[in-house]
Ligand binder design. Structure first.
Ligand SMILES: C[S@@+](CC[C@H](N)C(=O)[O-])C[C@H]1O[C@@H](n2cnc3c(N)ncnc32)[C@H](O)[C@@H]1O
Length: 191
């Protein structure tokens, strides 16, 4: 586990507890959830768990993965569910189990190699939802690490012919976020 990343995120959550407040799930996820068959889901970099919470309310079992013990503690306190497995791990070295999931979710986090590994963890017919920040001249946060920002249209290029695109959007982030940032979101289905 990368102690540096873990300390960085734990410090961030301690210094800005508003980041742990309950937030609504992504609208695109809510809109397309009915397409998912089966109930085994993976929430990558789950944070305080807005999607884990939403998915368990909808009857899913969720493997919720994050490096921050603070975020996972908060999630375990606020979640009244035996349907969740909390996994405290560095995603840089995490490979989800092959062929296990009906749905994978990665939001406000970007690891291109993890996307490729997660593609293998999906069953045939499963869905993968990704939503995160992209490069844009009007982004208010100017010191973002460019490695963690998508290029224009990039999400559309990350999936091979085993996947069908269900929906794609570019839009401005939610008003509760600290900085105005452009985002991309994609919903794909594995054939
Ligand atoms: C901006 S939050 C996103 C939380 C949630 N997905 C959402 O959309 O509300 C990013 C999360 O990524 C986690 N994270 C950062 N680096 C990580 C790593 N290397 N491995 C696992 N989790 C990591 C942080 O702890 C944090 O909870």
């Amino acid at each position: 586990m990368s102690d540096k990343d873990r300390e960085k995120w734990n410090r961030k959550y301690l210094e800005k507890p508003t980041l742990l407040e309950e937030r609504p799930p992504s609208e695109m996820l809510v809109f397309h959830l009915h397409l998912v068959e089966g109930n085994c889901a993976l929430d990558l970099a789950c944070g305080s768990g807005r999607h884990t919470r939403f998915l368990t309310e909808k009857g899913f079992c969720v493997d919720a993965v994050d490096i921050s013990s603070i975020a996972l503690d908060q999630l375990s306190k606020t979640l009244d569910s035996k349907r969740v497995t909390l996994i405290e791990v560095d995603l840089d070295s995490f490979t989800p189990q092959e062929g296990r999931y009906d749905l994978a979710v990665m939001t406000n986090y970007l690891d291109r190699k993890l996307i490729a590994r997660t593609a293998e963890s999906l069953k045939s017919g499963a869905l993968f939802f990704i939503e995160t920040y992209m490069e844009h001249p009007e982004n208010e946060k100017k010191d973002s690490n460019p490695d963690f920002l998508l290029k224009a249209g990039e999400l559309k290029t990350l999936f091979d012919s085993r996947f069908t695109e269900i929906a794609y959007e570019e839009f401005w982030n939610e008003s509760y976020e600290l900085y105005k940032m452009r985002k991309q979101a994609i919903f794909v289905q594995k054939k």
